[in-house]
Write a protein that binds this ligand. Sequence first.
Ligand code: PRP
Ligand code: URA
Length: 214
Amino acid sequence: MSYGNIENITIFKHPLIQHKISMLRDKNTGTNEFRKLVEEIAMLEGFEALSDLPMEDVEVETPIEKCMTPMISGRKLALVPILRAGLGMVSGVLALVPTAKVGHIGMYRDEETHEPKEYYCKLPSPIEERTIVVMDPMLATGGSAVDAINQIKLYGGVNIKFMCIIAAPEGLERLNKAHPDVQIYVGHLDRELNKDAYICPGLGDAGDRIFGTK
Ligand code: PRP
Ligand code: URA
């Protein structure tokens, strides 16, 4: 593998994240539990991914005295799920930063070529002033993530992070090469893609498992 900027890749080792990903993989995990796990993993990953959020000192009066004390500048954060499956991660991160704005990018993979087709894009403005967290549980070929971030940059987005639950080596390499400035957070790096561009061992189709479709 060759990367554009390996320093911008975080692959989580935390036992809670690994345990929950193993539960997600199980084909017997039903829709309700699957959704909850995706939300919890997104929250755990988000805790780390947001560790450099901009803060501002605000005045607070404690029972003892007034003081200046740091708070997160929530107006400066945008969460951008890639539809559909990325939607499942939003509530987990919103639980950490309820004031964050949420944009949406609609993408689906062509079944033959596996290349992404964009069908929707709506981002909070001013996008150029925000820390943007793009989220999608699966980074397979990397096509969807690369195109989504291309689109966000066209709209003026600058400070961009990408959070996924499972990545294939092929997708991680492609995303990092195309966007070496983007910080990437990966819950688990899997073995490879199969001939249908599904991640192995993976968890199957994330969108279908979150929304109970097939
Ligand atoms: C899945 C997944 C990613 C994409 C990853 O979405 O949620 O968006 O595939 O694959 P890639 O890295 O090869 O682009 P899908 O196209 O199945 O759409 P859905 O979320 O609407 O089910
Ligand atoms: N999209 C999914 O939902 N799963 C994969 O394994 C690959 C792409």
